[in-house]
Design a protein around this ligand. Structure first.
Ligand code: ZN
Length: 848
């Protein structure tokens, strides 16, 4: 057996159709099941191997085409999550029907077939059961060939209590009461041919909003009772994006209905099960009138993202987990496209720049990884669900789309989907399709971005009519390694001179390249439109020219890029902190939210890195920066302002009242929060998060009690998380300790606790206590929290800036390796290293 197949099932026998009948028991948290799998035997075998985990197999038999039935023996291999079925005689090639009876548990780890509870209107705990199979947990619900390439049809039947609802991938064919049992049998239609990780079934007291018709598809939003009034917004974007995608892909939606289901306990954001997409509540249910723009955007993003997967991922699926990035990168790209088309006033591609910057932050580390890498064991794929897969992946697809032209790119995608529908494909198949469709050397270009970690820093200088470009890898830690690496970077350039503006797009493929313009330019912007996944370093002369024409020559996205690149260069020690602080003075009069996001984000980082003595001077400077902007925007909505401006007002006030320590702002925020409590409609929703943050930041005991109560009695998922996470923003030790206790005492859902913990680690006044608490309760946290959330929680360690504590952190993780997150842990530790080095460098400078 070749090494790469060692962790995979043999391909001697393959499944074609599963008939699956499950009876969950929501009081004992167990289930029983039986399945009949139509299989094809491709060569003579005595054994059939498939996946099973935490299951007991009770009876196995195989029915041959003539009707002969053979009993099978079972050997379970818990470590490799496999069941080997053995038969007394050799099975010749041909068809067969495998019957298996089994039982399992509804676990509390939010994977496989799992349990969840919520408070009903009567105040009592209500049970429900849901599934989450990606990447390899279908095997916890039924024995199966649990690899994406074994596509099959699924016919699901659920036996449940009369009063409950069951949802699965396909439409309900019939519901039949089972006499005298108090139960009913719900039989679903056949699914399309698809991978095991996309199968889903959900059981509980669910109620639906809708259906609305999205083309020919009935679309519903499901939630536990009492929340249907929060479904309207998701129905709207659900319909709009599903229709958008069937047009874009040129293929009708492949399912027979589409259900969007809010599950009270959910490990990730959402899961693209065909026809039965599951979500955490904050990502689906929202009050369209009272939510902030950012909260609405989050729901729109996630719904559009999952809908995009119905084609890209579900209809065409990666052959193996190394191709996961393509699923996720593409769905992220399509999410932007659909939301941008639906609400152009949100300028979604502009704000995507912020996501791109987050990916560039991680990808500028030595411990980054290429987007695609070999995956042997499927659990290695767990490390792929990160900013490099989603945001870097989507960024390089966007860069390619802009380089080829939107229509050519789309035509390539259509060809790819047509060629591989109901089947599996690899990255190289996508480049083949786009090359066939566009006749451009796409593979050579994309290979440099997909298989190489990192990205280039492109330096630019002008000499007469010549513009000289050079590329070198960008790294926060400068050690000269990997200097030979180069990329095929699409350069989008715009230059202005007396005779007008010249635009030029070309491919930078060499370490150094020179181009000639008709005349010497007054200014040059490289990475026009901000689509390039690289940083630009302008010569002093070129940068001064841009600063002199800041608002007139540069679009908002371009101003964002200049600020963000300058901040990265500052963190990397290539630019001085003083130069950076001077540069951001240019933003003072800006009204663009993304430009300000770059500035505010960097100031938060700076505030976290500097010690308290130096922060005083920083705060003074930040008051001079944010103060006039807050004054200009005022504290209430102005006639005719855009939703982005309303959001920006909140961001500016939030920054002025916290990291800039402005007392007047803090007092005003408190007054407004009191007004909001009495008359919520008198305060703009976009301002509320800032008020809550500031009240917590400066908060006393009564505030803490109030927020705790509001968390417990919240009316929307957004409100619940807002007050919960605000409990991590208090600075008083007593309250910090109380919040820390909440992370493990069962009051907070395990889907949220790890993120609350991350927030406290990043709270400068709480971080030391948070670190002690986390290390003291580490085993408890590992036991309680979903596996995928542990490396995400640990991102909080980047805030533990100080040489002694850094050493302690390194020691701790050397002794407590994080399963499924080794790469991310390396990255967090390196980010901490970078921050500690910056603190040393900047302290010396600020003292001077
Ligand atoms: Zn996705």
């Amino acid at each position: 057996m070749p090494a790469e197949r060692h962790h995979r099932l043999p391909i001697t026998v393959t499944p074609e159709r599963y008939q699956l009948r499950l009876t969950p028991d929501l009081t004992t948290w167990t289930f029983t099941g039986e399945e009949t799998i139509s299989i094809q035997i491709h060569e003579p075998v005595r054994e059939i191997a498939l996946n099973a985990a935490e299951l007991e197999l009770h009876a196995v038999s195989l029915r041959r085409p003539g009707g002969k039935i053979l009993a099978g023996g079972v050997r379970l291999d818990a470590e490799n999550e496999r069941a080997t079925l053995s038969f007394a005689e050799t099975l010749p090639p041909g068809a067969g029907e495998l019957r298996i009876q089994f039982s399992g548990i509804l676990n509390d780890k939010l994977h496989g077939f799992y349990r969840s509870t919520y408070k009903g209107a009567d105040g009592k705990d209500k049970p429900l059961a849901s599934t989450q199979f990606e990447s390899t947990d279908a095997r916890r619900a039924f024995p199966c060939w649990d690899e994406p390439a074994f596509k099959a049809v699924y016919q699901v039947t659920l036996v449940i209590d009369e009063g409950l609802t069951a949802i699965s991938n396909a439409r309900t064919m019939r519901e039949t009461a089972l006499a005298k049992t108090g139960k009913k049998e719900v039989v679903f239609a056949d699914s399309m041919k698809m991978s095991t990780y996309l199968v889903a079934f959900i059981v509980g007291e669910f109620e639906a909003a809708g259906p609305v018709a999205a083309g020919d598809t009935p679309l519903r939003v499901w939630a536990v009772p009492g929340k249907q009034h929060l479904a309207r917004f998701a129905l709207d974007i659900g319909k709009a994006s599903l229709e958008h995608f069937s047009r874009y892909y040129g293929i009708a939606y492949p399912g027979d209905k589409l259900d969007l289901i809010a599950v009270p306990d959910f490990a990730s954001g959402a899961m693209e099960n065909l026809g039965a997409i599951t979500f955490r509540e904050t990502a689906l249910l929202v009050d369209g009138e009272r939510a902030t723009r950012a909260e609405l955007e989050r729901v729109a993003d996630v719904v559009a993202h999952e809908n995009a997967h119905m084609w890209f991922g579900d209809l065409v699926t990666m052959k193996w987990w190394n191709g996961l990035w393509l699923n996720e990168a593409f769905a992220t790209f399509m999410e932007m496209l659909a939301v941008d088309a639906w609400k152009p006033e949100w300028r979604r591609w502009d704000s995507f720049t912020v996501s791109r910057a987050a990916a560039m932050q991680v990808d500028g580390l030595k411990s980054t990884r290429p987007i695609e890498f070999p995956v042997e064991k499927p659990e290695e794929a767990a490390g792929m669900f990160d900013v490099l897969t989603y945001e870097k992946g989507a960024s390089v697809l966007r860069m390619l789309e802009q380089y080829l032209g939107a229509e050519s790119f789309r035509d390539g995608i259509r060809l790819y989907l047509q060629r591989h529908k109901y089947a599996n494909a690899e990255t190289t198949d996508l480049w083949d399709a786009i090359e066939d469709s566009t006749k451009q050397p796409v593979r050579a270009l994309m290979d440099t971005w997909i298989f190489q970690p990192g990205y280039p820093l492109i330096s630019v200088e002008q000499a007469g009519r010549e513009v000289r470009f050079s590329q070198r890898i960008f790294r926060y830690l400068q050690d000269g390694a990997d200097g030979e690496r180069k990329w095929h970077a699409p350069i989008f350039m715009r230059a202005g001179s007396r005779s007008g503006i010249v635009e030029k797009t070309f491919l930078l493929t060499e370490p150094e390249q020179t181009i000639e313009l008709p005349e010497k330019s007054d200014w040059i912007i490289v990475n026009a439109g901000g689509h390039g996944f690289y940083r630009v370093r302008y010569s002093g002369e070129l940068l001064d020219a841009l600063k002199a024409r800041w608002r007139e020559a540069l679009s908002a996205v371009e101003r964002f890029s200049v600020v963000n690149d300058a901040w990265a260069a500052t963190m990397a020690g290539l630019t001085s902190l003083t130069d950076y602080l001077d540069l951001i003075e240019l933003v003072r009069d800006d009204n663009d939210i993304n430009v300000w996001t770059a500035v505010i984000g960097s100031c938060h980082q700076l505030h976290r890195i500097l010690d308290d003595a130096q922060c005083g001077r920083l705060e003074e400077r930040l008051r001079r920066l944010f103060g006039p902007a807050v004054e200009r925007f005022g504290w209430s909505i102005k006639a005719g302002e855009s939703p982005l401006e309303s959001q920006l007002r909140g961001e500016l006030i939030g920054a002025l009242g916290t990291i800039a320590g402005d007392h007047a702002c803090q007092r005003r925020a408190r007054e407004l929060f009191e007004l909001y409590e009495k008359a919520p409609e008198s305060v703009d929703a976009n301002l509320v998060p800032a008020l809550v943050t500031i009240v917590a930041y400066t908060g006393a005991s009564t505030d803490y009690e109030k927020f705790y109560h509001r968390f417990k009695s919240a009316q929307t998922p957004q409100e619940e998380t807002r007050y919960l996470f605000a409990l991590g923003n208090f600075g008083v030790p007593e309250f910090i300790d109380r919040t820390l206790n909440l992370t493990i005492n069962g009051e907070v859902r395990t889907q949220n606790s790890p993120y609350l913990m991350r927030g406290i680690l990043l709270n400068k006044r709480a971080r030391q206590r948070a670190w002690s608490f986390m290390t003291a309760h580490w085993d408890e946290m590992l036991r309680q929290y979903p596996d995928n959330s542990i490396p995400r929680m640990c991102e909080g360690i980047v805030g533990l800036v100080g040489p002694e504590i850094e050493a302690e952190v390194r020691q701790f993780f050397a002794a407590h390796a994080v399963k499924q997150g080794a790469k991310q842990m390396e990255q967090h530790l390196e980010r901490l290293r970078v921050a500690v080095l910056c603190r040393e460098r900047w302290s010396a400078m600020l003292r001077a």
